[in-house]
Design a protein around this ligand. Structure first.
Ligand code: FAD
Length: 324
């Protein structure tokens, strides 16, 4: 972390909570389920769908898991009763993955059961490299137990990512379903690409590979250098809005998802890009975090990856570069 970035992170840590709340408003949908429902309805009126995340991760005791289980259950009920075009994203360490893998597995299975009963997809977010293996293991185990509504995230920043992608495609065939992203955690150079261009190149290779292997691919990026090549790849493969997925091994449309691919973006980021993609007819899903733990979440993200401080400052002082 550079000197300036470190200074910015320290300065952010010293900000009063109400100031952080003011800035976080744009990226967090509030603290309660009714607030998140309103945000998702607004996104829907703008042509987007959503994936809802209850903020919180890396719990310190398994006693905290029932809170997440119940809160996500309320979200599932709200999705159903409001007919929202939305699914859920969970952080496996909020279910205790780092504390007790088999307990976490059972808790996640409980939530997957409730989601499956309502025909709602459940995405396991990918956290730092210490839980990559376990998160993949949970995904494969959920599929083995018949939860076809469970998928995972892969981070192109990690050098192991192409192998993980191949492994999951080999194991799951047409049920392989990824969110591909660059990866937000700053990982050591021996296991991860650290240069901006290297990470972009890796992600573009992974998108191509996943599409060619017939997986459902959620392209999660706000970077034109990823989105534009992805659009070209889709075109070359004969995939696009209103077109039936032509890939022989393609997964079927299921659990509120379309044909073969979607774009995903974070709440409050690059509305211009989101509008362009929806206007062209692409499916765009917005990641909508909410919850009481917004402060800890915002601060941890800033500590982990100070480029977020730059994004936020840019968004505030140069709003034309990133309209909410
Ligand atoms: P960048 O070059 O970082 O961003 C492109 C442009 O988008 C920037 O110039 C800026 O204008 C804008 N921008 C990007 N991020 C922000 C921000 N936070 N605030 C303001 N402006 C911003 N990572 C994981 O490790 N695990 C996950 O499970 C995971 N899930 C994700 C889900 C979604 C839907 C998305 C969009 C991202 C997710 N990420 C996840 C984060 C991802 O790995 C990247 O760190 C993040 O998306 C930034 O990369 P980018 O491709 O958008 O490119």
């Amino acid at each position: 972390m550079g000197f300036v970035s470190r200074g910015l992170v320290v300065a952010t840590g010293l900000m009063p909570k109400f100031v952080v709340a003011f800035f976080a408003r744009r990226y967090v949908a509030g603290k309660t389920v009714p607030e998140v429902v309103e945000v998702v309805k607004k996104l829907q009126s703008e042509g987007c769908c959503a994936t809802i995340d209850v903020l919180g991760e890396a719990i310190t005791s398994l006693d905290e898991v029932p809170f997440f289980l119940e809160e996500y259950t309320k979200v599932l009920e709200a999705i159903e009763s409001n007919s929202l075009d939305a699914n859920i994203s969970i952080k496996p360490t909020a279910f205790g993955l780092h504390l007790d893998k088999s307990e976490a597995m059972e808790y996640i299975a409980q939530l997957a059961t409730r989601a499956k009963q309502k025909g709602i997809y459940l995405r396991l977010d990918m956290e730092d490299h210490t839980v990559t293996d376990d998160t993949l293991e949970v995904t494969l185990e959920m599929q083995k137990r018949g939860f076809e509504n469970v998928g995972v995230v892969l981070q192109s920043r990690l050098k192991r990512n192409p192998d993980d992608l191949t492994m999951v495609c080999d194991e799951l065939g047409s049920l392989a379903d990824f969110r591909l992203c660059k990866g937000i955690y700053l990982e050591p150079a021996d296991i991860a690409f650290t240069g901006k261009i290297d990470i972009i190149d890796a992600m573009n290779r992974d998108v191509q590979d996943a599409l060619e292997r017939g997986a459902y691919v959620a392209i999660a990026s706000q970077d034109d250098k990823v989105v534009n090549p992805s659009l070209n790849m889709l075109k070359e493969m004969g995939m696009g809005p209103g077109v039936q997925d032509p890939r022989e091994t393609a997964s079927k449309a299921r659990d509120g998802k379309g044909e073969g691919y979607e774009f995903q973006m974070l709440l409050g980021v690059r509305r211009d890009l989101r509008q362009k993609l929806t206007a062209e007819g692409h499916r765009v899903r917005i990641y909508v975090p909410y919850g009481e733990r917004w402060y800890q979440y915002s601060m941890r993200r800033l500590q982990e990856n100070p480029t977020l401080v730059w994004h936020t400052i840019k968004a505030i002082f140069m709003p034309w570069t990133n309209r909410p």
